[in-house]
Design a protein around this ligand. Structure first.
Ligand code: UD1
Ligand code: UDP
Length: 351
């Protein structure tokens, strides 16, 4: 079968890597990069490290408002689908690239496969929530990472084409962990001691687009009792610059890091503070307690199991969460066994 895969943003490169590897054993994959993320540290580094094939097409849409960015992708994807005539269009996650791929395909009556289907925050102010809802409702194959995702789809009346396969980010992590252990020198480079620093990431519009909230978060992180390493997302870097925010005490901003360095930073942190979806999951997989800088999460199991706490941008809640004792033992398996990619490929093969 001829399958067109759409990627565009950092987490999609990571998710697509294991699926693409499995897919190419059985199918003809055409890889399309929308160009939503384009900085070398947001894009190229992942293609190199994860050995993702060079994209067959790069639409180079770049940054813009939601409508303009999604619209530019739609127009170019439609043209491309018409000329390539794929059997399936495969999309990942919940970004504007996901929605554009799904919508362009659906309008041409091309079947859509959605990896990471069924996630919901129930907060429609998040751009991602709109992207996921719409994508799920036009998809023929809906690959769910968790049982909750399956239930969310059923609650919306979607019962056909849904499969619980686990999370492809487990596949990516398992494949790359040894490589990270062998090759990453990030702890030495930053002079960090295992289990004696915090790792933080911030990029959600809810945290970046309101300068007061961003300032509160950064100040609170700066007052923690060990170094706080914050690989800075370009959206956040821009917000900090625009609002003229300064960094305090413990907080150390570094450029975005590659996947192998990120795995190393996550695995060895004493706590992870984040508003990222992927980083919440990886914290759980490493058994590192996570403090989520949001009011809600799609990964509710991580909270229910005691490994993730939602603190929003509340300084007191954040400080308290950091000092909560770690849960006993290791986190129960909720994201599958690392075979999601192969399961996806087999299900697509069997129609
Ligand atoms: C996007 C996704 C979000 C995902 C995140 C992963 C949407 C609506 N959002 O958010 O779901 O969690 O990617 O990281 O699709 N920029 C650069 N260089 C780049 C990319 C972006 O400087 O390579 C800057 C631009 O100023 C841009 C801003 O970052 O306007 C935001 O980028 P954008 O892709 O629109 O959204 P993200 O915040 O990255
Ligand atoms: N990540 C990375 N380098 C960084 C920050 C994140 O490699 O500097 C990885 C992280 O390990 C995870 C993914 O990027 O696999 C998460 O992407 P992001 O936080 O940008 O998006 P989200 O998951 O929130 O959509």
């Amino acid at each position: 079968m001829k399958i067109i895969t759409i990627v565009g943003a950092r987490p999609q490169f990571i998710k697509a890597a294991p699926v693409s590897r499995a897919l190419r054993q059985q199918h003809h994959e055409i890889l399309v990069h929308t160009g939503q993320h384009y900085d070398a540290l947001m894009s190229d580094i992942f293609f190199d490290e994860l050995e993702i094939p060079h994209p067959d097409y790069n639409l180079a849409v770049g940054s813009a408002s939601h409508g303009a960015q999604t619209g530019a992708m739609l127009a170019r994807l439609e043209e491309l689908f018409l000329s390539e005539q794929p059997d399936i269009v495969l999309v990942y996650g919940d970004t504007n690239s996901t929605l554009a791929g799904a919508l362009a395909a659906a309008k041409l009556n091309l079947p859509v496969a959605h990896v990471e289907a069924g996630l919901r925050s129930f907060n429609r102010r998040m751009p991602e929530e709109i992207n996921r809802l719409l994508t799920d409702h036009v998809a023929q194959w809906l690959f769910c990472p968790t049982q909750t995702a399956m239930s969310n789809l059923r609650a919306e009346g979607i019962t056909k084409g849904i499969s619980l396969v686990g999370d492809v980010m487990v596949d990516a992590l398992k494949y790359n962990l040894q490589l990270a252990q062998r090759h990453s020198t990030i702890l030495q480079q930053l002079g960090l001691v295992m289990d004696n620093y915090y790792l933080a990431t911030i990029h959600r519009p809810v945290n970046t687009d309101e300068p007061t909230r961003l300032a509160i978060l950064l100040n609170t992180l700066g007052k923690l009792d060990a170094p706080v390493i914050l690989p800075i997302h370009p959206r956040t870097a821009q917000a900090i610059e625009t609002a003229h925010l300064s960094m305090t005490n413990s907080l150390r901003l570094i450029p975005p890091v590659g996947y192998l360095d990120m795995l190393t930073l996550e695995a060895n942190a004493c706590r992870i503070l984040t508003d990222s979806g992927g980083v919440q999951k990886e914290a759980y997989l490493f058994g590192v307690p996570c403090i989520t800088l949001r009011e809600e999460t799609e990964w509710v199991e991580t909270v229910n199991n005691g490994w993730n706490q939602l603190v929003g941008a509340d300084p007191t809640a954040l400080q308290e969460a950091v000092h909560q004792p770690r849960p006993v033992g290791t986190p129960p398996i909720i994201f599958g066994d690392g075979t999601a990619s192969q399961q996806i490929v087999n299900i697509l093969r069997d129609g």
